[in-house]
Design a protein around this ligand. Sequence first.
Ligand SMILES: [Ca+2]
Ligand SMILES: [Ca+2]
Ligand SMILES: [Ca+2]
Ligand SMILES: [Ca+2]
Length: 314
Amino acid sequence: MKSLFLCFTIALIASPAFAQQPSFTKGSAKVIDAGLFDCGSNDRVSAVGTITSEDGKVWTVPAETNFKTATKAADLYNECAGITPDNLSDVDLSAVPVLDAGGSEEFIAYIFGDNYFELHVNGKLLAVDAIPFTPFNSSIVRFKADRPVTIAMKLVDWEENLGLGSEKGRGSAFHPGDGGLVMHIKDAAGKTVALTDNSWRAQTFYIGPLKDRSCLKLDGQTRDSAACDVSGSNDGAAYSGVHWSVPSGWTMPGFDDANWPMATTYTNETVGVCNKPSYTNFTSVFDTPGADAQFIWSTNLILDNLVLVRKTIY
Ligand SMILES: [Ca+2]
Ligand SMILES: [Ca+2]
Ligand SMILES: [Ca+2]
Ligand SMILES: [Ca+2]
C-alpha cells in the first residue's frame, strides 16, 4: 500500500499536467498605490494595482515588490538624486556600503535594469532598484558572501496601464514596453566573477498585453508568447494578462530551477539603451571587451513583464 502511494505521488509531481495553471485577467487593474516614487519631473509614476483573474485570484501588478521597505541599491547614475557621473572613474566606490549576505569574500555588482530589480544573494534580499519605472538609472551593490553564491533577481518591466502591461509611447496609449537586465559582478581585486548571459535561468510570471490568448504556447515550464502580437493600439480594455504565482523559496540556493528556461540574450540596440547615459556612461563595465555582460530576459522582451532570474557562482 505504501509503495503504491509513493508511486502515485511521484507520478503526480513528474507529470507536466502538474505544472501551475495560468490565471487570465481581462482589462485594467484597480490602482492601490498611485506612485511608489516621485522624481518631481515629467517622469512616469511607479503606480501599483491589483486585478482579479477569472479563477478568482488577486494579483498585484506589475508585481509585488519590497520597494517600500528594502535597502535601496547605491546609485551609479540617478538623475533624481543628482548623481550623474560621466564615467566609472568619477564614482567613489569606497563610499558604497558593503552589504552582508553572510560570508567574507567581497563582491561588487554593477546593474542596469529596465525597469526594476530586486537582488537576493544566497537567499537574502540585499537591495532593490532605487527607481521602479523611469527615469532610467543604474546601480552598484557591494556585498560580502561565501561561495557558492546564488544570485536570484526579481525583474519588473514596469507598466503605466496597470494590469495591461503597456504604456504611452510610439503614438499609442497602449504601447507594450520592454524589459532587460545587464549585470557585471567583480571581486574585490576587480576580476570578473559573473556576467549576465545565456547561462542564467529565466522564467516569466506575468505576460501582457495579449490581444488574443490563443497565441500562447503553454506546456509545463514553457510559457512561450513568441507568436503573440506586440503592436500597440488603443483598445486595451479588451486585452488580457496572464499570471503565475511566484514559487516559495525561489531565492534560496537549494531551489530547483532546472526546469526553468535558460535566459535569452538581447543586444543593446534591441533593449534601446544607446541614448541612456545611465548605461552609456558605464560601457567600461557593461560592455567590457572580453567580459561583455549581455542583456538578459525571458523569451519575450516585450510581453513578459515579471521575470525571475537565477545563477549560482562557484
Ligand atoms: Ca530602475
Ligand atoms: Ca512589457
Ligand atoms: Ca520597460
Ligand atoms: Ca554589454
